[in-house]
Write a protein that binds this ligand. Sequence first.
Ligand SMILES: Cc1cc2nc3c(=O)[nH]c(=O)nc-3n(C[C@H](O)[C@H](O)[C@H](O)COP(=O)(O)OP(=O)(O)OC[C@H]3O[C@@H](n4cnc5c(N)ncnc54)[C@H](O)[C@@H]3O)c2cc1C
Length: 296
Amino acid sequence: MKPAPFEYLAPTTIGEAITALQEFDGEAKLLAGGQSLMPMLNMRLARPGLVVDLGRVQDLDYIRESDGHLAIGAMTTKRTLERSPLVQNRQPLLHAATVSIGHPQIRNRGTIGGSMAQADPAAEYPATAVALEATLRVIGPTGDRIVPAEDFFVTYLTTALEPGEVLTEVTVPMFEAKTGWGFSEISRRHGDFAMAGAAVTLSLDAAGCCAEPRIALFGVGPTPVRPRGAEDAVRGEQPSDLLCQNAGRQVSEEIDEPLSDVHASADYRRNLAGVMARQALSDAMARATAGRGGRA
Ligand SMILES: Cc1cc2nc3c(=O)[nH]c(=O)nc-3n(C[C@H](O)[C@H](O)[C@H](O)COP(=O)(O)OP(=O)(O)OC[C@H]3O[C@@H](n4cnc5c(N)ncnc54)[C@H](O)[C@@H]3O)c2cc1C
C-alpha cells in the first residue's frame, strides 16, 4: 500500500519543528526512524497533512554521562545504544532491553525517542523506562518540561505529549555494581513483539534484604504495569527461590485485564507475566548478591 499524500519538512532546529507542528494544529506527525510511522502511513492508519522529519535536527543523537545518569538524545538509534560501552557497562538493563527489540535492521533505524513516543504496550523500552524511573524531557511551544516515565505512558499508543511537543531526551540512572537487574521476555518467534515480559531492578540493604524492588511488565496492559503488591512482597525479604516464586504468583494475580489476541489469551498472558517476573527477579537477586561480593 502507499500512504495518502502529505507534505514533508526536514527542519534543522527543534524550534522549526515545533513551529511546523503548531501550524498544522494536530495534523502533523514527527518522523524519527520510521519503523512504526512508515507502516502506519502505508496502511493509512495515519494520514497526517505534514511529516516533520527529525533526522536533520541537530543535537538529538547523543549519550552523555552526567551526575550518575545517562542522558540520551531522542534520535539516538537502538543500534548506537546496543554498541555503546557506557550503556553496556553502566546501564546493562537498558542494553538487555535494546538487544531484545526486533531485528538489527529495526534497531539500525529505530530510535529511543520513537519507541517512547509510540508507546506500544508490548515494547521493551517503555517498561524499562518505568523500571528505571527514567525521566523524559519534552520541548513545546511554551518551553520544556520533565515527565517521569510512569506519567508519560497514558494508555495504548498514547503518551502525555501534547500536540506541538517534541520528546528530546531520556535520562536513566547509571547502575552501581551492587544494583541487581533482570530482563525477561517471551515471543513466538525471535524478533517478534513479546507476548509478555518483565524488567526488574533492586538492591540489597545492609542486612542483605531486598530494597527498592521495581518490577515493570510489558505486553499485559495498555501501558507498562507495575505490580505494587508483588514489589511489597519482595521488599525487606532475604533473596530466595521461594520468594521469587511467590512474587511471580502475586504478579499473575495482580494483573487486571491482560490483552487477549491471536498471539495469546488473557489467561496465558497472565501466567506468562508471572513466569517472566519470577525469572527477572531471580536474575536481579543473583546480580545484586554477586555485586556485594557474593554475600546476600
Ligand atoms: C518488523 C518490526 C519488528 C519490530 N519489533 C519490535 C520489538 O520487538 N519491540 C519494540 O519495542 N519495537 C519493535 N518494533 C518497532 C520499532 O522499535 C520502532 O523503531 C519504534 O516503535 C519507533 O521508533 P522510530 O524511531 O522508528 O519512530 P517512528 O516510527 O519514526 O515514530 C513512531 C511514533 O513516534 C512519534 N515520534 C517519533 N519521535 C518522536 C519525538 N522525538 N518526539 C515526539 N514524537 C516522536 C512519531 O510521530 C510516531 O507517531 C518493530 C518494528 C518492525 C517494523
